[in-house]
Design a protein around this ligand. Sequence first.
Ligand code: C5P
Length: 414
Amino acid sequence: MTIQGKKIVLGITGGIAAYKTPELVRQLTAAGAEVSVVMSRSAHRFVTATSLQAVSGRAVRDDLWDSSAEAAMGHIELARSADCILIAPATAHSCAKLAQGEADDLLSTLCLAAPCPIAIAPAMNQQMWQHPAVQRNIEQLRSDGVLIWGPDSGDLACGDVGPGRMAEPTELVAEIEALFGPQRLKGARVLITAGPTREPLDPVRFISNQSSGKQGFALAEAALGAGAEVTLVSGPVEIATPRGATRIDVTTAREMHDSVMATVGDHDIFIGVAAVADFRPDAVRAEKIKKASGHHAMSLELVENPDIIAAVAARPDRPLAIGFAAETEHILEHAREKLARKGLDLIVVNDVSDRRIGFDSDDNEVTLVTVDVEHTVPLASKRVVSRAIIERIADLYEQTTSPRSRQGRSARKL
Ligand code: C5P
């Protein structure tokens, strides 16, 4: 993957992580990119324009009213020429401005004027990051198609520990390289299930699980990044749909099953990330279940839900089928057994007894298991892990769509 000759606008806003930006510029220019730095007013308090000019080899800009720029419209000229805009660090304030479409300085104005991809690397105190207003802005930006890279979790400059660290320069360079990398799933149609299912007991209660949908949505984003057309069948989650994905909302396992079966025939790849409830109450009561006096226990009769991925893999026109497995013990043995029993091409397994990863966390560590190879993707954000999974899926997809395999498949169909 190369970013040789790519024109990157690096927007720097006023957060302490701005001290890492000369190193980011150095790594980008070392990889061959042409970096133009645009600073917000408060960014000057954390890093000097002199350092950034020295490492980028270009004048640093911060003025919407730069009379030396072509036709005195520096923002239009810069916006037209950029292949990508990365705002790093992106403060809470700059995220809010971008989400609102404000244009009161050079950086915010050129974000509106640029047709190229825009990415942000948020960096702030963990309390600020978790504030509902910030999260609302981030979800707005995600659905506007802005790429959200990070933040990482760990020690913060303010002394807190938690999510809010700017993604490391090396990681941001890898993201940019992936952005311009080959679109290995171009033309492929990918169907992804994500999130939990809810199995109602009565009008107010249900059985569900801890799945947040983050991993499934991150995979949808990675598949879109690799050029795929993506359909997301999602249980109830609080995440914005990645731009470009078609989303179908469902609640129960049976709804998810029916929705998948109705659409899977038009897809080349199926990725079952949803944490589908294995059982549901045998009947949904029409009225709220009452506590009976004198009874200190109650029992529920549960019946098995359909296994969606096994049904997909059993179809004569089956797509490439990829499953997930959350395990707490004998991780690999269980994964291999599931791969065989459900008839999958690949299973992605994670150890949910490890509290750093898994349900609702932003990070994951997984092992990719096929019949002949096992490969561990080390601990990283769900976004980075998703890219690694999509790369492996693209390997398998290329094998199945190679002319020889196509011949084999059509022979099987005959
Ligand atoms: O058997 P287990 O639930 O651990 O298998 C997990 C994998 O199977 C996941 O890919 C999940 O999406 C899928 N699954 C399914 N339908 C079910 C249960 C699990 O598609 N009823």
